[in-house]
Design a protein around this ligand. Structure first.
Ligand code: NOJ
Length: 513
């Protein structure tokens, strides 16, 4: 058979919707106020009904939790706080049975300072693992660490300094050392052999540092280490090795990288020539204002950066590191609904953050309850499952305060209200699943009045049009001919001809009659 485009199966992750679970915050079943794997397993039906293709778990590996799991002390086990490897295997099987793929969070830039590798490395200057990390007689530069303070910490015993782009409890591995590469590849194999479908890779652009570790230009002095050091050319061969490893397994295993570079054009090279990351987060749009012009610009920039190199974009509005988008965009649920349509109809793979389908806002966390070194507690509030005092957790008071209004804004209640934002997410996922244009098609912005973003998605004969009113005032458009409302943020007029009128803070997905 000739090798035609049609003959190449589309990988599952293209056009997929991935649901991020922050395990501490999803659901607690053992009464310690911290979520666990069994809590996720019990709520897989929620994910099936929502219609997501995959889940990504933030780290659940053994960890002293200085950075709530992003400081890993064993890459090949589960922290007892969350359960056991058997619990994970059960969860993986149950997810797969429902057709939900499972992605883990792999944290290769740094380990915990309690990881046996670092314990050995810091034990003496001539320990064989000494050069698994970055040690210097003097700090080579004035880099600052991500959560504040210097990026170098003095180790009195061996009288040298080690590099940590994040907390001192998170020493950076030295990826120029082939033994580090081999050992870290083994950790991937451990989970791939077990059947996981891929990884989200933490701070992937940081794996290789500029070998001279310069201070950089004068204006960079004292900047965060990640801005100065990361995105070195040497990262790309490392990514090609990772890609080869992932692709050597059957079943479309997928690597999505956290490329935290706030310039879309510099994210695009992380796809290589289709031989580096399968997907790369593009965080610039997440930081865009809720403004039609700003968003149209982001959509166009993504098209310019990704389309010519055949790289498939990723869209994300919320995660465990930033205030939830509903909160960032001013707090109105109607606006969060418009944002949901945007996220789920742009050209690319969409990442949802658990709780956004409930329209959650950040919790208000009093100072005495702040536990995160980066102050990101508000977006990590526990998910309320029902209206009871425990909200479906084992306790009334979980590790962080509940998000606002959990008696009303909880899964059980929103699930029985077909006008709820949860049902809007479900309808959008159904619409997406039913349309090649929405899932895989091209995207072209179309003219729209000020304050409105409109675009058309196309795949062969399949077409959808999306019209989003970013303003609180109504908008009037030329309805065009032959468009029917497929999904409306407020549920109004679905199945009817599009009138061209959009109330403030509303949006629609249109399909041809
Ligand atoms: C990015 C993760 O998303 C964040 O939560 C973490 O603190 C840093 N990387 C360090 O691992």
């Amino acid at each position: 058979m000739p090798h035609t485009l049609a003959a190449v199966a589309t990988p599952w992750w293209k056009g997929a919707v991935v649901y991020q679970i922050y395990p501490r915050s999803f659901c607690d079943t053992d009464g310690d106020g911290v979520g666990d794997l069994e809590g996720v397993r019990r709520h897989l039906d929620h994910l099936s009904r929502l219609g997501v293709d995959a889940v990504w778990f933030s780290p659940f590996f053994p960890s002293p939790m200085a950075d709530f799991g992003y400081d890993v002390s064993d890459y090949c086990d589960i922290d007892p706080l969350f359960g056991t490897l058997d619990d994970f295997r059960r969860l993986l099987d149950d997810a797969h049975e429902r057709g939900i793929r499972v992605l883990l969070d792999w944290v290769p830039n740094h380990t915990s300072d309690r990881h046996p590798w670092f314990v050995e490395s810091r034990s003496s200057r001539d320990n064989p693992k000494r050069d698994w990390y970055v040690w210097r007689d003097e700090p080579s530069n004035h880099w600052q660490a991500s959560f504040g303070g210097d990026a170098w910490t003095y180790d009195a015993r061996t009288e040298q300094w080690y590099l940590h782009s994040f907390l001192p409890e998170q020493p950076d591995l030295d990826w120029r050392n082939p033994d580090v590469v081999a050992a870290m590849h083994e950790t991937l194999r451990f989970w791939l052999d077990m059947g996981v479908d891929g990884f989200r890779i933490d701070v992937v652009h940081g794996l290789a540092k500029d070998p001279d570790m310069p201070d950089g230009a004068e204006e960079h002095r004292g900047l965060l280490a990640d801005f100065v050091t990361m995105d070195a050319d040497e990262v790309h061969p490392l990514l090609r090795d990772l890609r080869r490893l992932a692709d050597s397994y059957p079943g479309d295993r997928m690597l999505v990288g956290e490329v935290y570079i706030l310039d879309t054009r510099r994210v695009a090279p992380y796809y290589g020539n289709g031989d580096e990351l399968h997907l790369a987060f593009n965080f610039r749009p997440l930081h865009a204002r809720w403004d039609a012009r700003a968003w149209r610009r982001q959509i166009e920039i993504a098209g310019e950066a990704f389309d010519p190199i055949d790289a498939w974009p990723v869209w994300v509005l919320s995660n465990h590191d930033v205030p939830r988008h509903r909160t960032r965009y001013g707090g109105s649920e109607s606006r969060a609904r418009v944002a949901a349509v945007l996220l789920l109809t742009l050209r690319g793979t969409a990442f949802l953050y658990a709780g956004e389908e409930l329209g959650l806002e950040d919790a208000k966390v009093p100072k005495r309850r702040v536990v995160d070194p980066g102050g990101r507690d508000g977006c990590r509030a526990p998910i309320p499952w029902d209206a009871s005092g425990t909200h479906g957790w084992g306790v009334t008071d979980a590790w962080l305060p509940w998000p606002p209004d959990p008696r009303h804004r909880n899964v059980e209640r929103l699930a029985v209200d077909e006008h709820s934002i949860l049902h809007l997410y479900r309808r959008l996922l159904v619409a997406r699943a039913a349309s090649d244009a929405l899932r895989l098609g091209s995207l072209k912005c179309v003219d729209a009045p000020d304050g409105v973003v409109a675009y058309e998605r196309r795949s062969g004969a399949d077409r959808r049009r999306v019209v989003l009113n970013f303003e609180t005032s109504p908008a009037k458009l030329d309805p065009g001919r032959g468009w029917v409302v497929d999904v409306a943020t407020d549920g109004e007029g679905e199945g009817d001809a599009f009138s061209g009128l959009l109330a403030g803070d509303t949006g629609v997905v249109l399909r041809p009659v």
